[in-house]
Design a protein around this ligand. Structure first.
Ligand code: ADP
Ligand code: DP6
Ligand code: CO
Length: 360
C-alpha cells in the first residue's frame, strides 16, 4: 500500500450496569478484583462511547481526546497500558506472522472518543470508554481475537470495562492467576435470551462524582471489615444464584439479589473510613418508591416487578420486564417530574435499554 494510506477505525461500546458489584482490587496495577461480578450490557443505541483511532507514521506521540478535550496519556498509566498491550497483540498476531503487513505497531496513535451521556457521574463511562478504546484499536489493527481476550486488556483500563466487550448478561470471573490471565469477562447469556429485560436509567445528577471509583474502592479495601465478610460469605453464592435466575428468566430472584447487592455495596462504602456516600436524598426516595411498588405487587401474588441498583453515584438504574416498564415510568415521572437539566438535584433525564420508552 502507498504511504498515503489512512489507517483508521471506529468502534462503539455500550455501558454495562452491574447487578453484582465489583468493588475492590487485589492488584491495583493489573486491576485484578477481590470478587467476581455480573452485569447487564445496555443496548448500543443508548448510553455509549464511540472511539476513533488512527495510526500514522507522522504522529509524534500517542494522544487521546475525550469529548473534544485532550486527556493526558501518562507513562505507565491505564491508557498507556491498554494502547501498548494492543500494539503488542498487533505485532505478535499480525506483523510477526505476515512480513507484508504494515508495521502499525510502531506508529503512534491518535484517538478521539465521545460519550453520549455524562462522564464520570456514576453511569459507567469508564466501562464503555475503555471497551470502545480497545475495540477500536482491535479493528484498526485487524485483530481476530475473542471478546474475552480483549476483555483482559480493557480490564487494565478500568475493571468494569471488561464486561462491556459482550452484550447481554456478562460475568467478570475474578480468576486466581497473579498475572491476571484468567481474570476476564464471559457471557452468561446473550441479550436475546431475555429480550423482555429492560433498564430504566434515572439521571438524578450528572455532576462528576466526588470520590472516583478507583480511589473509593481502594479506601474500602484498606478500611472496611464488612468488605471482607462480603467477598468471602456473600458474593460467591450470589454469583451462582443470579446466574441461575438469569438462565431460568426468574425475575423475582434476579430482582431480590440485584437490590440486595446494591444495598450491600453502598453499605461497604459507608463502612469505609472516612465514609463514602454515593446516593443522595433523591436516590433514597426512588428506593422507597420501588420498595412500595414491589410490596403491592408481592401482595397481589405477582412477586417483585422492579429492581433498583446504584453504582458509585446517585443515579438509579431500574431493571424491569417490558410489560411493567410503562407503569414504572409513569410512577417515577409522577413523583419526580422531569425538569430542565440545571436542576441537578432532581430527576433530569431518562434513558433506557428499551428503544420505545422515550416515546412514552
Ligand atoms: P464512571 O462512573 O463514569 O465510570 P469513573 O470514575 O469510574 O466514572 O471513571 C471516569 C473516567 O473514565 C474518566 O475520568 C476518564 O478517565 C475515563 N473515561 C470515561 N470515558 C472515557 C472514554 N470514552 N474513553 C476513555 N476514557 C474514558
Ligand atoms: C460501582 O470499573 O469504574 O460501578 O477499575 O478503578 O476503573 P476502576 O473502577 P470501575 O468501578 C466500577 C464500580 C461499580 C461496580 C461495577 O461496575 O461492578
Ligand atoms: Co467507572
Amino acid at each position: 500500500m502507498s504511504s498515503s494510506t489512512v489507517y483508521e477505525a471506529t468502534a462503539s461500546a455500550p455501558v454495562n450496569i452491574a447487578v453484582i458489584k465489583y468493588w475492590g482490587k487485589r492488584d491495583t496495577k493489573l486491576i485484578l478484583p477481590i470478587n467476581s461480578s455480573l452485569s447487564v450490557t445496555l443496548d448500543q443505541d443508548h448510553l455509549r462511547s464511540t472511539t476513533t483511532s488512527r495510526a500514522d507514521p507522522s504522529f509524534e506521540h500517542d494522544q487521546l481526546w475525550l469529548n473534544g478535550k485532550e486527556d493526558e496519556i501518562k507513562a505507565g498509566g491505564r491508557l498507556a497500558t491498554c494502547i501498548s498491550e494492543m500494539k503488542r497483540l498487533r505485532k505478535e498476531l499480525v506483523e510477526d506472522k505476515d512480513p507484508n503487513a504494515p508495521k502499525l505497531s510502531s506508529y503512534k496513535v491518535h484517538i478521539a472518543s465521545y460519550n453520549n451521556f455524562p462522564t464520570a457521574a456514576g453511569l459507567a463511562s469508564s466501562a464503555s470508554g475503555f471497551a470502545a478504546l480497545v475495540a477500536s484499536l482491535a479493528h484498526l489493527y485487524q485483530l481476530t481475537v475473542s471478546p474475552s481476550v480483549l476483555s483482559l486488556i480493557a480490564r487494565q483500563g478500568s475493571g468494569s470495562a471488561c464486561r462491556s466487550l459482550f452484550g447481554g448478561f456478562v460475568a467478570w470471573q475474578m480468576g486466581s492467576d497473579p498475572a491476571g490471565t484468567d481474570s476476564l469477562a464471559v457471557e452468561v447469556a446473550p441479550r436475546e435470551h431475555w429480550p423482555d429485560m429492560h433498564a430504566l436509567i434515572c439521571v438524578v445528577s450528572d455532576d462528576k462524582k466526588g470520590t472516583s471509583s478507583t480511589s473509593g474502592m481502594q479506601r474500602t479495601v484498606e478500611t472496611s471489615a464488612l468488605l471482607q465478610h462480603r467477598i468471602k460469605h456473600v458474593v460467591p453464592e450470589r454469583m451462582q444464584l443470579i446466574s441461575k435466575a438469569i438462565l431460568e428468566k426468574d425475575f423475582d430472584t434476579f430482582a431480590r439479589i440485584t437490590m440486595a447487592d446494591s444495598n450491600q455495596f453502598h453499605a461497604v462504602a459507608l463502612d469505609t473510613e472516612p465514609p463514602i456516600f454515593y446516593m443522595n436524598d433523591v436516590s433514597r426516595a426512588i428506593i422507597a418508591l420501588i420498595v412500595e411498588f414491589n410490596r403491592l405487587s408481592i401482595a397481589n401474588g405477582q412477586g417483585h416487578k422492579a429492581a433498583y441498583t446504584y453504582d458509585a453515584g446517585p443515579n438509579a438504574v431500574i431493571y424491569a420486564l417490558e410489560k411493567d416498564i410503562k407503569q414504572i415510568v409513569q410512577l417515577i415521572v409522577s413523583y419526580f417530574p422531569q425538569r430542565p437539566s440545571e436542576f441537578k438535584d432532581v430527576l433530569g433525564l431518562f434513558g433506557t435499554a428499551s428503544s420505545d420508552i422515550n416515546t412514552l
